[in-house]
Ligand binder design. Structure first.
Ligand SMILES: [Fe+2]
Ligand SMILES: [Fe+2]
Length: 277
């Protein structure tokens, strides 16, 4: 795990630079509008056009601080319109928990973590065939088996792509964390791990074993905490005969072998002798 240490001044400067770039891009975009109007309406997927009508992104409003209070309130209001009250409460819980984790682990931008937590379930309203259609509309690259057999995992990647198109000011780090919150990845960043863990342990979650992960916050390194969270989810899926995203075994192996004291033969083709005892 690599933690890039930045002080508050550096983070503020980066945000200011991003805001200036955004203002420049927005001005440039409005100058191009007649050109856009001439393009074929069929080029805009239906659900994407609906999203745009529900709340504009950078083209409609220049956001001085994408992770500041004002934009947080704005995104919260937009989210409330697109998810159930239960999901909305969960999202607020994930946002708070993500900020708490960011502070506990010295992540340089807790406000960014809070925003990523807030919007992680942006596309949760698309279920079943609708979720698969959404993935096709947005051109999201996901295994065909996930689209056909596990559409409930699609809201991460589709939500990330929808947010990228509508709110580019949130930035790639946030989009990646949103995309990865459903099944993880082998190269999780600190922000990816924070959102993944926060999704599992936010105060509204009550299912078995979540307490054990909560108890470890701040006591173990962030990667260990992520591993515990991943393990909890992996075990839950296996115990309940649920399907696994095809990448999950590879992700498990990748992180399991990095564990302190991992048995060297554990992941080789040679069975652990203890299994035959
Ligand atoms: Fe989710
Ligand atoms: Fe969630």
């Amino acid at each position: 795990m690599v933690i890039e240490i930045k002080d508050g001044k550096q983070v503020r400067e980066e945000r200011e630079r991003a805001a200036q770039a955004l203002a420049h891009a927005a001005a440039h975009e409005s100058a191009k509008e007649p050109e856009i109007a001439q393009s074929s309406p069929a080029a805009v997927p239906e659900s994407v056009a609906r999203d745009a009508a529900e709340g504009g992104g950078a083209k409609d409003a220049v956001v001085p601080d994408p992770f500041g209070k004002e934009n947080y309130q704005r995104m919260k209001s937009l989210l409330k319109e697109r998810v159930s009250p239960k999901r909305f409460a969960h999202s607020k819980g994930v946002a708070k928990t993500a900020r708490k984790l960011a502070r506990a682990y010295g992540y340089p931008d807790p406000a960014q973590a809070r925003m990523a937590g807030l919007v992680h379930d942006w596309d949760k309203r698309y279920v079943g065939a609708e979720a698969s259609a959404r993935a096709d509309e947005l051109g999201v690259d996901v295994p065909e088996s996930v689209k056909t057999s596990m559409p409930w995992l699609l809201h991460g990647p589709t939500g990330a792509e929808a947010l990228r198109r509508q709110f580019p000011e949130l930035g790639e780090a946030v989009f990646q964390a949103v995309a990865r919150h459903t099944s993880g990845a082998k190269d999780m960043t600190d922000l990816d791990m924070i959102v993944f863990v926060a999704d599992l342990i936010e105060p509204g979650r009550t299912f078995q074993d979540v307490g054990a992960v909560r108890d470890e916050v701040g006591k173990v390194p962030l990667e260990d905490l992520f591993f515990q969270a991943f393990k909890t989810i992996f075990s839950f899926l296996v115990q309940h005969d649920r399907l696994l995203h095809p990448d999950m075994v590879e992700i498990w192996n990748h992180y399991a072998v990095r564990r302190p004291g991992a048995h060297k033969g554990r992941l080789s083709s040679t069975p652990d002798p203890k299994l035959n005892e």
